[in-house]
Design a protein around this ligand. Structure first.
Ligand code: NAD
Ligand code: TYD
Length: 367
């Protein structure tokens, strides 16, 4: 059985990838995660106890622990997702982003390089280091045009600058040391198990709780939304079939303004309350419980500093060379996402406790 290391597997995309690989591959998976505020093993409850799955709680900045784990498990690849991932947090406190996203990626690359160098030729042929990154490294688009593999880097937030640095390090380890790397740059994800600091889960949970829906600026910023399971399928495809040293852009062809997203969420939640009277009992503070429109909660707040206007991905390289296209439309994915949050209130209650609550109170009172 081949073993794959996945870093950040307790996070939003990492847990979706692990759940996907447990069903759609026969890899043994070692999940390396520090369990920051964003890491939650409850997102992997469905695979706990499976003999193909191992969890190792460690920091990717810990070189000795990484070396020991590589020797112990002899993986044929690493898929690297561990990161600090939230732009707003990077603006208020950039240090962790430099530490995990840059120094952590460097440490992991060095550990992988040392491990790779002592493999025999056949295992060297197999080995891959797949770095999972974001389209935010390309900067911001005006009303037209798309990011592609050819777009020059122009990161503008502490988060995107730290991810851009990590992308450059990964490519340098390929060109300089011959580490067989793959890089993917993906657009905004949404779906189940998404930590409610990001736009879509924050809005769904605030609608249900009858809390204000904070729209930054005019709400006319555009993001290209991809359902997280489609991202997991794309990573799986690139990891197995991507050309070593290459970059692949991944996107959903679902450009929406933030206002369009929030309107859609409000209207879909309202429709569910009409269809199911029991929701008014379980969520009495939602405007829809009193027959009111959830759009009434929309509140315009101070814009994010340096807020990138538009992201949009041209994913034709991945479609043409590796045959990947998204399976979900925005309409099907967003409906499934709302239903998931309605049906998984235990998970929500767990992640909404403690540090998260304090962060939310501080940030949203300040705006
Ligand atoms: P997330 O914040 O939900 O999860 C990150 C995970 O990394 C958490 O489980 C956390 O505990 C872990 N982690 C953080 N620091 C660590 C450290 N020092 N050592 C070990 N583990 C650590 O993030 P996500 O949204 O799942 O994103 C995963 C990756 O995908 C990131 O690299 C991100 O840049 C990239 N990405 C995200 C999106 C998106 O829309 N969310 C889009 C494109 C790319
Ligand atoms: P976010 O989910 O933080 O992802 P990213 O900044 O990485 O694209 O934000 C998505 C968009 O939604 C972005 O334009 C900022 C905006 N936004 C709001 O208007 N209000 C909010 O409360 C949040 C979290 C985001």
């Amino acid at each position: 059985m081949k073993t794959v290391f996945i870093t950040g597997g307790a996070g939003f995309i990492g847990s979706a990838l692990i759940r996907h690989l447990m069903v759609n591959s026969d890899y043994a998976i070692v999940n390396i995660d520090k369990l920051t505020y964003a890491g939650n093993l409850a997102s992997l409850a469905s695979i706990q106890g499976d003999a193909r799955y191992t969890f190792a709680q460690l920091d990717i900045c810990d070189r000795a622990a990484l070396d020991a784990l590589l020797i112990q498990h002899q993986p044929m690849g690493v898929i690297h997702l561990a990161a600090e991932s939230h732009v707003d947090r990077s603006i208020s406190s950039a240090g962790e982003f430099v530490s995990t996203n840059i120094v952590g990626t460097f440490t992991l690359l060095e550990a992988a390089r040392a491990y790779f160098n002592q493999l025999d030729d056949a295992r060297k042929q197999d080995f891959r280091f797949h770095h999972v990154s974001t389209d935010e490294v390309f900067g911001s688009l005006a009303e037209t045009g798309f990011f592609s593999e050819e777009t020059a880097y122009d990161p503008r937030s502490p988060y995107s600058a730290s991810k851009a640095s990590s992308d450059h390090l990964v490519r340098a380890w390929h060109h300089t040391y011959g580490l067989p790397v793959l890089v993917t740059n993906c657009s905004n994800n949404y779906g189940a198990y998404h930590f409610p600091e990001k736009l879509i889960p924050l809005m769904i949970l605030n609608i249900l709780a009858g809390k204000a829906l904070p729209i930054y600026g005019k709400g006319d910023n555009v993001r290209d939304w991809l359902y997280v399971d489609d991202h997991a399928r794309a990573i799986h495809r690139v990891f197995e079939q991507g050309r070593v040293g290459d970059t692949y852009c991944i996107g959903g062809h679902n450009e929406k303004t933030n206002l369009e997203v929030v309107h859609t969420l409000c209207d879909l939640v309202d429709a569910r309350f009409v269809a199911d009277a029991s929701l008014a009992v379980t969520h009495p503070h939602c405007p829809a419980a009193q027959g009111k429109a959830s759009r009434s909660l929309m509140t315009y707040v101070t814009d994010r500093p340096g807020h990138d206007h538009r992201y949009a991905i041209d994913a034709s390289k991945l479609a043409n060379e590796l045959g990947w296209t998204p399976q979900e439309t925005f309409e099907s994915g967003i409906a499934a996402t709302i239903d998931w949050y309605l049906n998984n209130q235990d998970w929500v209650a767990q992640v909404q406790s403690g540090e998260y609550q304090q962060w939310l109170d501080k940030n949203y009172t300040e705006r």
